[in-house]
Design a protein around this ligand. Structure first.
Ligand SMILES: [Zn+2]
Length: 124
């Protein structure tokens, strides 16, 4: 098991617990992957989602935007329930789907660019 030293008393503290058993010092380097740090939920916004991404996706290519929004709300619901694992999972899925139209647009621009180069090459 990983361990760290308490900055207050120097004692060895397991990384899975946030309170030093020797002196009671509270570690504030809360790791998001740890399920024991759920206390701030409800007050703070969900850091794993991005509504901007979903809306941009909706404008560019609405089917991917809708999927992205569905995962956005799933992530927010999980976050409000204190389920950080699912909030992160759905949030990442939401942003992945939001990026789909960006890649489609990029692909279209690349094809048009290649087409233009070919057209110029044929003309010459
Ligand atoms: Zn200590």
């Amino acid at each position: 098991m990983a361990a760290r030293n308490c900055p207050e008393c120097g004692g060895l503290v397991a990384s899975t617990i946030n309170v030093c058993p020797h002196c009671g010092f509270i570690f504030n380097d809360s790791t998001p992957s740890s399920p024991s740090t759920n206390t701030r939920n409800g007050q703070s916004p969900n850091p794993y989602t991005s509504l901007v991404w979903s809306i941009v996706a909706l404008v560019l290519f609405w089917p991917a935007g809708v999927v992205s929004l569905v995962y956005y709300f799933k992530s927010d619901t999980s976050w409000e329930d204190g389920n950080i694992f699912y909030a992160e999972h759905y949030g990442k899925t939401s942003i992945t789907w939001a990026k789909v139209p960006m890649w489609i647009m990029l692909g279209c621009f690349a094809l048009i660019f290649i087409g233009l180069i070919l057209a110029v090459a044929v003309e010459a």
